[in-house]
Design a protein around this ligand. Structure first.
Ligand code: ZN
Length: 233
């Protein structure tokens, strides 16, 4: 018989202080979205468990927070900076139980700080900012959602310029799609049109037909929004 328990416990070792700790993950069959937005934001019914609440691991000992996408390398000097900026202020507490929205939000703030201090790839930081924006969207906090969509957009643009998506779950085309789509959502229509057009004509377009179709669809959406005279940048 399958367990009705929606969570499973994962054993981890802190990438910063090497101490072991446990964290929860939502089993995939308890996290089936009923709707996915054009920027890939999944929506879950009330009473379901949002896996994004458990995307970030927080070490209870030192406060270092990371996702599975973080590299295990610390650039020279970054450990000392993390010690001063995070660990020295950390009041020991566990994020290893069922999280409420406040704990989920805090876990992302911690991971964005830790990831910035250890100079994680922009593609990884963008993914954290995007998921944080999605939590605010579910909470109907439009102002905070836009703030973090903006930070995700900046990070995806940096990632695109420096091609630092290599070795992550992002491809060049998906990065371009996200720049287009987040620009559209933030009212930057010309930029959105530019990236969707570039994506459709990209030399790798044949390899990712789904992404190309999405870009075509969203190009039409943004062209219509632009015609209706939205805010221009
Ligand atoms: Zn630690």
């Amino acid at each position: 018989m399958q367990s009705l328990e929606p969570f499973y416990e994962k054993k981890l070792v802190c990438a910063f202080c090497d101490k072991p700790f446990n964290t929860l993950r939502v089993k995939s069959r308890f996290a089936i979205p009923y709707q996915v937005d054009s920027d890939f934001c999944p929506h879950y019914r009330t009473g379901n468990y949002n896996p994004h609440f458990y995307f970030v691991n927080v070490c209870p000992e030192c406060g270092f927070a990371f996702s599975e996408e973080f590299s295990d390398k610390f650039p020279l000097g970054s450990k000392e900076v993390i010690r001063v900026k995070i660990t020295m202020h950390w009041k020991k507490r566990s994020f290893g139980q069922v999280r409420d929205v406040q704990q989920a939000l805090e876990s992302y703030q911690l991971a964005i700080l830790a990831g910035s201090l250890k100079k994680e790839k922009n593609a990884v930081l963008a993914g954290l900012c995007l998921r944080l924006a999605w939590i605010y969207r579910a909470e109907n906090n439009l102002e905070k959602e836009k703030r973090f969509l903006g930070l995700a957009l900046n990070a995806y643009e940096e990632s695109f310029i420096h091609s630092d998506f290599a070795g992550t779950s992002m491809s060049e085309l998906k990065t371009m799609f996200m720049i287009g789509e987040l620009s559209r959502r933030l009212g930057q229509y010309q930029k959105a049109l530019g990236y969707f057009s570039k994506l459709v004509q990209h030399k790798n377009a044949d390899a990712e037909p789904k992404m190309v179709n999405r870009a075509r669809e969203q190009w039409r959406v943004v062209a219509e929004e632009n015609r209706q005279g939205g805010i221009q940048e």
